[in-house]
Ligand binder design. Structure first.
Ligand SMILES: Nc1ncnc2c1ncn2[C@@H]1O[C@H](COP(=O)(O)OP(=O)(O)OP(=O)(O)O)[C@@H](O)[C@H]1O
Ligand SMILES: O=C(O)C1=C[C@@H](O)[C@@H](O)[C@H](O)C1
Ligand SMILES: [Mg+2]
Length: 182
């Protein structure tokens, strides 16, 4: 292959096999959009919360109940780093996977990092009636507001950001694919 062509092929190989890593607040759609992207691209879907639950043999609520948030974050960081060692993966992280020091840097190295956002109102509506998020126990709307305030800067490190408030899941996926293929 001539030099130029070879370089072009290398660039294509790198970009085409790159992981896509979805970060963002709870209920911005990381799991749902991740599943659609994996289907579209024929990539492996890695839903971090699901991998943690499976490898621990316990629910997220049980992990929080036994060791608190700190114990959960340790497990989450270890699983995240393990899952990032691969390619052609769609990695839907949990909402707090960006919090532990160093995780953001590893994500940026290992793929295209896309932050999903939504307004407080949209998030509160999407989590209503869902009991599976220990950090939202009690008054879920209050907890969403407090956590969003705490994490105001936490998702800014991403390569790009998509506001999902007015988009459906298919529209969010298409938008990400456009960025990925660009
Ligand atoms: N763009 C969207 N428009 C409307 N509803 C959505 C959208 N994206 C996701 N939802 C709905 O919001 C709920 C939460 O979505 P999902 O579980 O994908 O969020 P998540 O970001 O993975 O949350 P978590 O951080 O807790 O894992 C689901 O009921 C899903 O169908
Ligand atoms: O935002 C968070 O901190 C969390 C989000 C979920 O995906 C789970 O990872 C867990 O409930 C914690
Ligand atoms: Mg999820």
């Amino acid at each position: 292959m001539a030099g130029d062509q070879e370089e072009q092929q290398n660039i294509r190989d790198i970009t085409e096999n790159r992981n896509i890593i979805l970060v963002g607040m709870m209920a911005t759609g990381k799991s749902t959009v991740g599943a659609m992207l994996a289907e579209e691209l024929g990539y492996e879907l890695v839903d971090l919360d699901a991998v943690i639950t499976e490898s621990e043999g316990r629910s997220i609520a049980e992990i929080f109940a036994a060791g608190g948030e700190e114990a959960f974050r340790k497990i989450e960081s270890a699983v995240l780093k393990r899952m990032l060692q691969g390619e052609r993966r769609i990695i839907s992280t949990g909402g707090g996977a960006v919090l532990a020091p160093g995780n953001a840097e590893v994500m940026l190295e290992q793929g295209l990092v896309v932050a999903l956002t939504a307004t407080e109102e949209a998030i509160i509506a999407r989590v209503s009636g869902d009991e599976n998020r220990p950090l939202l126990a009690g008054n879920a709307a209050e907890r969403v507001r407090a956590i969003m305030e705490q994490r105001r800067e936490a998702y800014r490190f991403a390569h790009c950001t998509v506001d999902t408030t007015e988009l459906n899941v298919a529209e969010v996926s298409q938008y990400i694919l456009m960025h990925y293929r660009a």
